[in-house]
Design a protein around this ligand. Structure first.
Ligand code: NDP
Length: 458
């Protein structure tokens, strides 16, 4: 049977663009549909603009520390519209680069919304119908608060926060996950009064407990007012401001309320159910280890599959799928030991198992922990701490988890992840010469375990 194209990709984000380019490189005829902007969440309203805002926020600490190193700094002033403009320029540049990449690879871009009609057919919002041998759903996810309450429509999500016309002097952040923590921290450092509320008793469920406790303290030092076990029950307009009523009986008036209590895969209205594609309970496309759905011609990569919702994972999945479909590759992506980072200040970098997870997996676990004041603080001032942690399976001596709370934790954990992926032992870490003076040298100089866990014989 003849098709209009070999691969039709819905969504020009990280995963979709990579799959399209690689497939086209293998000689496939590729069409990509994008209804918003080329680049997807990561480039347009996620990782990239967020990191630029994080960089902006860190100047506050540098200005404060400068005097200790002999500098005289005029009282610094921050201008939000200047930052937003500069950020927009960089996002436009990257989006154009993604577009050019598709073009150079020979993939056709259609700037319309596409929906699935059946297992080989798509309809474009302009009315055209296109047939495809393979369909790739790479539509990502969107912010979606799980619970609705009166006045929720007055709140913003991470989609809107990047382009607020005015800097929110008083900001309420709802949630304790990646997005909530990163924005709470960066806006506090940019000078906002930030209150962060969450249902849990600490930030970042799922991260190692020492990291969670350390970052909670650092958020407090950054000026974030943390309220645990509290969520908003109502937002009311008060002129330009918002009155937030909280479940713990409190209330506060803010300029903006950012709700960051979760994201949902973008599958609604795509026509997937009609084509017989199975979705999971979260609305994600259920796929096998080759990113193929229960319908053999329909595939999905990235956040729409709700596996590990990180850009490099989506890229790797897109690459593997295209290699599999058109280049004879196996198509399987190894989702183990994926490093991740929370871009607060300081950052958390993590790879492998937490202390608690390791205790579930192994009979004997040794934990090495260093908690110290970073060298820069000796002259620069500030009470910020750095925490380094190794989790070791004492039976095999393998390092099964590395967790870092530090200014450059993300940079460090990327490198540590290579060692973890290779199965490095604690002895390998010990055999590695320290590089002095760095924070990372602690990773290879921790001698005695801080904690030893031994499972009781039953
Ligand atoms: P997270 O899963 O990290 O956090 C969701 C937050 O919402 C948690 O605090 C959670 O609380 C809370 N929550 C969930 N359900 C409810 C509910 N019914 N009522 C109240 N609170 C609720 O999601 P994010 O939206 O912050 O981020 C989405 C994903 O995007 C991340 O998992 C990550 O994969 C990716 N991401 C990665 C970044 C990075 O790599 N630096 C940055 C930003 C996003 P509780 O803890 O109690 O469950």
């Amino acid at each position: 049977m003849a098709f209009d194209c070999d691969l039709f990709v819905i969504g020009a984000g990280s995963g979709g663009v990579r799959a399209a380019r690689v497939a086209a490189g293998h000689g496939a005829k590729v069409v990509v549909a994008e209804a918003f902007r080329v680049g997807g969440t990561c480039v347009i309203r996620g990782c990239v603009p967020k990191k630029l805002l994080v960089y902006a926020s860190r100047f506050a600490d540098d200005f404060a520390a400068a005097a200790g190193f002999g500098w005289t700094v005029e009282p610094p002033r921050f201008d939000w519209p200047t930052l937003v403009d500069a950020k927009n320029g960089e996002i436009a540049r990257l989006s154009a680069a993604y577009r050019a990449g598709l073009d150079q690879a020979g993939a056709a871009l259609i700037e319309e919304r596409a929906t699935v009609v059946d297992r080989h057919t798509l309809r474009l919002s302009g009315g055209r119908t296109i047939s495809a041998r393979h369909i790739l759903v790479a539509t990502g996810a969107r912010p979606e608060p799980p619970a609705r309450f009166p006045g929720l429509e007055f709140a913003i999500t991470s989609n809107e926060i990047f382009d607020l016309p005015a800097f929110p002097r008083r900001l309420l952040v709802v949630g304790g996950g990646y997005i909530a923590v990163e924005f709470a921290c960066l806006f506090a450092k940019l000078g906002a009064e930030v209150t962060q509320v969450m249902r849990a008793d600490n930030v970042l469920r799922g991260f190692d407990e020492d990291m969670r406790a350390g970052l909670r303290d650092e958020l407090g030092r950054a000026g974030v007012r943390l309220r645990f076990g509290a969520l908003p029950t109502r937002f009311e307009r008060r002129g330009e401001a918002l009155l937030a009523t909280l479940s713990d009986g409190g209330a506060l008036t803010v300029d903006q309320a950012l709700v960051a209590t979760g994201r949902r895969p973008n599958t609604a209205g795509l026509g997937l159910e009609a084509a017989g594609v199975a979705l999971d309970a979260a609305g994600a496309v259920a796929v096998d280890d080759r990113s193929t759905s229960n319908v053999a011609s329909i595939h999905a990569v990235g956040d729409v599959t709700n596996r590990i919702n990180l850009t490099p994972v989506a890229i790797r999945e897109g690459q593997a799928l295209a290699d599999h479909l058109f280049g004879g590759g196996k198509g399987v992506v190894d989702h183990r030991d994926v490093a991740s980072a929370v871009f607060a200040t300081p950052e958390i970098g993590a790879v492998g198992l937490t202390e608690a997870e390791a205790q579930q997996c192994f009979e004997a676990v040794d934990v090495y922990l260093a908690n110290f004041r970073p060298m820069k603080a000796t002259l620069g001032g500030g009470a910020e701490r750095t925490i380094m942690k190794l989790v070791v399976d004492a039976g095999s001596d393998r390092v099964v988890g590395v967790h870092i709370l530090a200014r450059e934790a993300a940079e460090m954990i990327q490198v540590a992840a290579i060692a973890i992926k290779m199965g490095a032992t604690k002895a390998d870490f010990d055999a590695t010469m320290a590089l002095h003076p760095t924070a990372a040298e602690e990773l290879v100089t921790m001698k005695a375990p801080t904690r030893r866990h031994r499972r009781a014989a039953s």
